[in-house]
Design a protein around this ligand. Structure first.
Ligand SMILES: Nc1ncnc2c1ncn2[C@@H]1O[C@H](COP(=O)(O)OP(=O)(O)OP(=O)(O)O)[C@@H](O)[C@H]1O
Ligand SMILES: [Mg+2]
Length: 278
């Protein structure tokens, strides 16, 4: 139904490293196809690690010499720039700064508007004020996504669960949705609604990669198998909880994959498969 089989996912996925002491592994819905361009990272609920994974994807792609940009569609509260270590000042252009030229977006305008992250990825951050965010309409989002996709090999889209309207164009245009969930009952209903939103889009349906993040292994209240059963799709990867590392590295402006860990390995192996990296 979603472009890959339950059987494949179950065969390739292992228990998280935190539970087994082994590396995480993942099955990928797109392993046999060409590199994916537009990828939407979306959470089953807030705080599940969506922005963390979007930023890791951008950094890994940039580190692999891919021409990559990231856009923050969490227009009211976005913090992708923080994860990618880009300070947003008065001089930084954000999504809302493109509105006056929304029908003229081209290489020059985008080249001037986007900031460059230390990892090499380009970024269009979310606006810094509520008023600026409130001026953005879904049609603006669509135009920004189309224009950015024309300029880059990969476009990483970070999103909020709080604004379905704004995310709708991204669901529509993305070739791949990375649906991030945590092993909590509170996350499952939202994840199922997000899947419903994907299915209800007109046009070509995107592939979906289900990522179970922050797993405590055998202590999870909801097991990966129960999540798979509830959502009727296999998990592409199960990533372990590693709170201290995530917090420390975020505060240091570093990526999780910048040092060796089971979580970093799991994230890297996920991205390698999603984006057909070596
Ligand atoms: N595997 C993990 N183990 C421990 N902490 C994690 C893990 N993944 C992400 N986190 C932490 O969870 C918190 C929320 O992460 P993040 O901001 O990426 O989530 P989000 O889904 O984008 O949240 P929001 O809905 O607020 O946008 C952060 O402090 C992050 O460091
Ligand atoms: Mg976020």
């Amino acid at each position: 139904m979603f472009g890959f089989s339950l059987k494949n996912g179950r065969e390739a996925r292992s228990r998280p490293a935190a539970a087994t002491g082994h590396d995480t592994a993942c099955a990928c819905p797109r392993a046999s196809t060409s590199p994916v361009k537009m990828v939407l990272f979306h959470g089953g609920k807030g705080g599940v690690g969506t922005t963390t994974l979007a930023s890791e994807a951008a950094a890994i792609l940039a580190g692999s010499d891919r021409n990559v940009a990231a856009v923050d569609l969490d227009v009211c509260r976005g913090d992708l720039h923080y994860r990618l270590d880009v300070p947003v000042t008065r001089d930084t252009h954000t999504v809302s700064d493109l509105l006056p030229v929304i029908d003229d977006l081209d290489t020059r305008i985008l080249g001037n508007a986007l900031s460059t992250c230390p990892c090499g990825a380009r970024i269009l951050p979310a606006p810094t004020t509520h008023a600026a965010a409130a001026a953005i309409e879904p049609d603006h989002v669509r135009k920004v996504l189309v224009a950015m996709a024309a300029e880059f090999e990969h476009l990483i889209i970070d999103s909020s669960v709080a604004d379905d309207r704004m995310i709708s164009p991204a669901f529509d245009l993305a070739e791949l949705v990375v649906l991030v969930v945590t092993p909590e009952i509170a996350c499952l209903g939202g994840a199922r609604r997000a899947l419903g939103q994907v299915v209800s889009q007109g046009g070509k349906r995107p592939d979906i990669a289900l990522v179970v993040n922050r797993s405590l292994g055998t202590s999870d209240a909801v097991s990966p198998a129960e999540i798979e059963s509830f959502l009727q799709m296999p998990a592409t990867v199960v990533l372990p909880e590693d709170t201290a590392r995530c917090r420390r590295l975020a505060d240091e402006g570093r990526h999780v994959t910048s040092e060796r860990s089971a979580l970093g390995h799991g994230i890297y192996s996920l991205m390698r498969r999603l984006f057909t990296l070596r």
